[in-house]
Design a protein around this ligand. Sequence first.
Ligand code: SAM
Length: 291
Amino acid sequence: MNATIPVIADPAVTRRILNAFGLRARKRLGQNFLVDASVVRGIVDAAELTAGDTVLEIGPGIGTLTQGLAETGARVVAVEVDRKLPAVLAQTLRGYDNVTVVPGDILKIDIPETLKLENGERFKVVANLPYYITTPIIMTLLEQRLPIERLVTMVQKEVAMRMTARPGTKDYGALSVAVQYFTAPRMVTDVPPRAFRPAPEVTSAVVSCVVRETPGALPADEKLFFRLIRAAFGQRRKTLLNALTAAGLTKDAIRAALAAAEIGENARGEQLSLEAFARLSDAVGALHAQT
Ligand code: SAM
């Protein structure tokens, strides 16, 4: 613990910082600042950081979680889109020489270049995400196939349920398949609205996703696999026989592919495991190859 700097994750300290800089939380940027030190500790613990790690934090805000990350001795690179905040962070995190604040939009910056990774180095992502762009951020990070080891994120509980949902449950959908294709996700803990200022309207949750060395299924054509998944969940109440027409397939082709993949004609996307989707995708691919 850096003795000269107060713990930011505290309602009074947060209020003092916001007042001192004449700031108000900007709803448009999803600003809900953590004020509970035990939640910060829980997130940092879930990341299992060591001094040799590089960690990318998305949206450091006034430095609440950043401080917890910095205390582990890891190299922290924090990307913040709000142009007013780097000056605040220079004050609140003074004394931590292992933190670099980078102004920018996480969806637009070149992440490997920003992190200046050594050859072959992997990194961790830790964030209390802005809720208005949670899914685009998670998908952008995963689809880029960056050398990420682990992703620990605070998200809305409803999103956390979807990320970790198993086939056959009501929360299982395109996000579940995509997250579980790239990672092994685990629900860490629920976080109540009172842990934030301002308090959001919904309960939040921390999810830890360990990135897989090889994907959770091995379709021959990954693009086709994800195209079918989008179609299958685009109209989730429809059977696959009907829903997959949105992927540009005829009903005859779908029927043939379902039979080849040993999936019933009345099945819905929500019932299919990653492996079943991969089988289906390969069956569709084989049909295309024949025509
Ligand atoms: N980490 C702080 C905490 O835990 O108290 C703040 C978390 S707050 C929920 C989300 C943060 O993400 C805000 O600081 C917001 O300005 C920032 N943010 C929003 N959109 C962003 C983007 N596209 N790129 C980078 N940061 C963003």
